[in-house]
Design a protein around this ligand. Structure first.
Ligand code: G6P
Length: 613
């Protein structure tokens, strides 16, 4: 939530900030702002709404002598409504200091009260503004800016990534991190800060990841690192392998559509290095997943949020079926407060595209403290969750920009498939060669299927885009996919949707459905006995006059007879069903959303990376 970009160096500051903000807009987009030096003065430009509005305003005001250092911010409001006044940056009383913030300051109220008593003048409703006045207060007491910054950082509580510039000290930017992500991009004679990698990809791929409790002072030609005690620390930069083109729309109208079409490549990259073509086996040993790591595991917890949680539910079906280890899947926000029973024989699996989701991270820390082994399935190299895990299996989906997650989900599910194949071979000596062959062909299968089904889904969306309610039903491994289909439709098309276990439908949702309340039924012959059970559920739906949109295996003649529309999915292995069945649902939500005029990549009130509780 909220995106921060900052720059110090010789480039034109405004294009760098705008470029960074455009790439961070998925983190929040209800207001935006930037600050830089203009004729040695602090110049602030802020708007309500998107970065596009900011860009218009910047070019209307035409600052002609703008200079680094500068900071940019795109906001997802927590304290104070989205407005120009509450947009960041925030200034001190004298207009010497400008600060941007991502996170929540929990003790802001008491700090604000005492700063007001000490004569500070607040003009916004944000929690952020207290930080800059606190720093100013210490400077008024005679401290130099660096010491004032360090003292303030120790006094504020909550989650924060903050960045500060000063017109009196234009030779540096100061930043601090506590429970909110912040990275430093290292260039030649220039340095960057950002909330996430895509913002700095056009400029540098050399990155330092700040950890909680760390401060950095960025000069043009160097970066100094400290802990909150003011002691100098050292860390090594990491080189990011992501290609800039992957963070661009590449001719597609939206990132979401591009990312759906990226899925075959994402699958190919996730298989690469794990699928040994010579032996025909999966191998995770290079990543540290050994018998020793998994020894004596008696129970698995999978913890995640949003779409990643649905991948976790798929994981449960796969692990319990193949490895016979009990699995509990929890929403991270519930897990962290429910006193789960964890010990050293527990394997904790965190799933997160961003690696920064606050609840998932909190769950991970709780499990770690209780002695569990921590494995994470993550997409962003060097993100906080990866750094705090004992072992990381990266999804190689490349940068995912659209708020609605697509290719990350498909690759998370793929990791679970590879994981069970690998562990099955390692512990029980069992290989599934036929499935390995299918995996090799999976990228081209996905490509062909996506193109074909997209055409069919467009027609379906034209028929249904005016609905206000929709039920999604599935059983077994397709139940999480029904939930994911419903989530997608809610997130981007703003249509009320429920994802339900088909067998549970009679215990509630059946009361809702009717002529204007269609039901999407997911059914696959590969699910065995539940195929017929789902058919019975579909009959019950039809009897209540809810039109059926059936997503079915090829030649499911029984469904074709009762469905108003149907989409056929190529036959595959049971384990791969979630990957194939989710594609029409992603495209359905996308096409419905565009026909309804929704801003697909920036759905209202949502943010891609939820870094506050
Ligand atoms: C937000 C995003 C979702 C995502 C969820 C979990 O809600 O809008 O698309 O699934 O966070 O994010 P993570 O990065 O942990 O997978």
């Amino acid at each position: 939530m909220c995106g921060i970009i900052g720059y110090i160096g010789g480039r034109q500051i405004i294009p760098v900030l705008l470029e960074g903000l455009r790439r961070l807009e998925y983190r929040g987009y209800d207001s935006a702002g930037m600050v830089f030096l203009e004729n040695e003065e602090i110049k602030v430009i802020k708007v309500k709404g998107s970065v596009f509005n900011l860009e218009e305003k910047v070019y209307t005001e035409l600052p002609y002598n703008s200079k680094a250092p500068g900071l940019g911010h795109t906001r997802w409001a927590t304290h104070g409504e989205p407005s120009e006044n509450n947009a960041h940056p925030h200034l001190d009383c004298e207009g010497n200091l400008a600060l941007v913030h991502n996170g929540i300051i929990e003790n802001y109220y008491e700090l604000k009260e005492s700063l007001i008593k000490r004569g500070h003048n607040f003009i916004s409703a944000t929690d952020t503004e207290v930080i800059v006045h606190l720093i100013e207060d210490y400077v008024r007491q005679g401290l130099n800016l660096k010491t004032a910054f360090m003292k303030s950082v120790k006094k504020i509580r909550g989650s924060f990534a903050i960045a500060l510039i000063s017109k009196k000290d234009p030779q540096f930017i100061m930043v601090a991190r506590e429970k909110s992500p912040l990275i430093i991009g290292l260039g030649e004679g220039e340095n960057f800060i950002a909330s996430d990698i895509p913002a700095i990809l056009p400029f540098t791929k050399k990155v330092l990841f700040l950890d909680d409790g760390e401060i950095a002072i960025l000069y043009k030609d160097r970066v100094e690192l400290f802990n909150f005690e003011g002691e100098k620390i050292r860390k090594n930069p990491v080189c990011i392998s992501w290609d800039l083109a992957l963070a661009e729309k590449g001719g597609f109208p939206h990132f979401m559509l591009k990312e759906i079409y990226d899925q075959p490549e994402a699958v190919k990259h996730t298989l690469l290095g794990r699928l040994d073509l010579d032996s025909g086996e999966i191998n995770f040993s290079k990543e540290g997943l050994t018998q020793a790591f998994l020894k004596d595991i008696e129970k698995i917890f999978i913890v995640a949020c949003g779409t990643s949680y649905h991948a976790g539910l798929v994981g449960k079906y796969l692990i319990e079926r193949h490895l016979k280890i009990p699995v509990e899947v929890d929403l991270a926000s519930e897990f962290r407060y429910r006193f789960p029973l964890i010990d050293s024989k527990t394997l904790f699996i965190a799933i997160s595209q961003s690696g920064e989701t606050a609840d998932t991270l909190a769950g991970l820390r709780l499990a770690k403290q209780a002695g569990a082994r921590i494995l994470s399935i993550c997409n962003v190299l060097g993100s906080t969750i990866t750094r705090e895990s004992d072992l990381v299996l990266y999804t190689q989906a490349g940068p995912e920009i659209s708020v609605a997650s697509t290719k990350a989900f498909v690759t998370q599910v793929l990791i679970f498939i590879l994981l069970v194949l690998y562990i099955k071979k390692m512990f029980y000596g069992e290989s599934k060669k036929d499935m390995i062959l299918t995996l090799i062909k999976l990228p081209s299968l996905l490509k062909n299927f996506t193109e074909k089904v997209h055409f069919e889904i467009k027609k379906l969306a034209e028929r249904w885009y005016r609905i206000e309610n929709c039920l999604f039903l599935g059983r077994n491994i397709l139940y999480p996919i029904a939930m994911e289909g419903a989530l997608k439709l809610k997130e981007i098309a703003y249509i009320h949707a429920e994802g339900y276990a088909a067998g549970e439908m009679k215990h509630g949702p059946i009361a809702l459905i009717g002529e204007n309340f269609p039901t999407v039924v997911l059914s696959a012959k590969e699910t065995g006995i539940v195929y017929e059970k789902t058919l019975s559920n579909a009959e019950e739906v039809k009897s209540r006059r809810s039109p059926i949109i059936a997503i079915i295996s090829e030649n499911s003649e029984e469904f074709k007879k009762i469905a108003e529309s149907y989409i056929e999915v190529p036959s595959t292995h049971y384990e791969l069903l979630p990957i194939l069945y989710v594609i029409p649902l992603q495209l359905f939500a996308y096409e419905m959303a565009t026909l309804r005029g929704c801003d697909v990549d920036k759905p209202r009130n949502l943010a891609k990376s939820v870094t506050v509780e």
